[in-house]
Design a protein around this ligand. Structure first.
Ligand code: NAP
Length: 277
């Protein structure tokens, strides 16, 4: 298949372009080659005649989105609308990558694909708007929600914890924010499988299991063999521009049950990240 990847300089876009190139014609488009907010790019994207557009481009700075919600909507909502319109024009399927932050985090268990979204911050609202355009403009789409994405060296939570550990004798990490840490290469593999199924719909693709930020930090330091005391604190003690959903954990119910697409436990993925890097 001919698969175009938007946002291909991002952590997921890069990994997905590499994974897809093993079996498909993969056309990687970083922001400098295709800005999804530019309406003129609807025609340019359609002219590439892709079978699938894997839309990985997004404004992912959640605190930045809280400070400037219009910027988040321009990229995450209207950018997704442009990409969906391009898919409509050339009859391509769309893979829209979404987020656990479309949920409010009040549920006592991990969120399933059919749970009702109710975002509590600008980033989540802008990503849900992108889902809305995808669903309303297209028949052939995969909406894949994921969470807490990381690859070592990508500047995300594990790198931040290791950087803090280098600079301080002890760390304080939130214990009442729950999520599903997901290793980017595992997600890229699962997406590559999903894209071959033509089983369109909404999926949650995350490494199996859930943990708090605190538990994740403890495991990161253990894997990195950097012993540091970690003090559990509360969300209320850690002020952020963008309040996260307290329970942002997702369960891969649909892909695991219907398609046998499963990701390993988050602890195994984290250990692999340290041995592979
Ligand atoms: N990171 C997470 O924890 C997480 C969790 C759940 C879901 N997701 C979703 O997963 C997807 C991939 O995220 P990621 O972690 O790979 O993020 P990332 O590393 O920040 O990559 C996003 C890419 O999109 C590009 N981009 C931003 N605005 C653009 C525009 N107007 N036109 C074209 N490209 C643009 C960025 O380019 P610049 O670097 O030049 O801005 C960057 O290369 C996103 O849809 C995100 O919402 C991420």
């Amino acid at each position: 298949m001919r698969i175009v990847i938007t946002g291909s300089d991002g952590q997921l876009g890069r990994a997905l372009a590499q994974t897809l190139a093993l079996r498909h014609e993969s056309i990687a488009l970083p922001r400098r080659d295709l800005d999804v907010t530019d309406r003129a790019n609807i025609a340019r994207l359609a002219e590439l005649k892709p079978d699938i557009v894997a839309h990985c481009a997004a404004m992912t700075n959640v605190d930045g989105a809280a400070r400037d919600p219009m910027a988040a909507f321009r990229v995450n909502a209207f950018g997704a609308q442009n990409v969906a319109l391009a898919c409509q024009r050339c009859d391509a399927a769309l893979l829209y990558i979404s987020t656990n932050e479309v949920f409010d985090g009040k549920k006592a268990a991990p969120y399933l694909e059919h749970d009702a979204p109710h975002p509590i911050n600008a980033y989540g609202k802008s990503k849900l708007a992108g889902e809305w355009y995808t669903r309303h403009l297209l028949k052939k789409f995969y909406i894949v929600r994921t969470a807490w994405l990381y690859a070592l060296g990508g500047g995300k939570f594990p790198d931040k914890i290791l950087e803090l550990a280098r600079r301080s004798a002890a760390l304080s990490v939130v214990r009442d924010e729950i999520g599903s840490p997901t290793y980017v290469p595992d997600l890229a593999d699962a997406l590559a499988q999903l894209l071959e199924t033509e089983q369109y719909g909404i999926y949650h693709l995350v490494n199996a299991g859930t943990c708090s930020r605190y538990e994740w930090a403890v495991e990161i330091l253990r894997c990195a063999q950097v012993p540091r005391p970690v003090k559990p604190i509360t969300l209320a003690e850690y002020s952020r521009a963008s309040p996260p959903p307290p329970n942002g954990a997702l369960e891969n119910f649909a892909a695991a049950t219907l398609l046998n697409i499963k990701l390993r436990a988050w602890q195994d993925a984290l250990a692999a990240a340290f041995t592979e890097t």
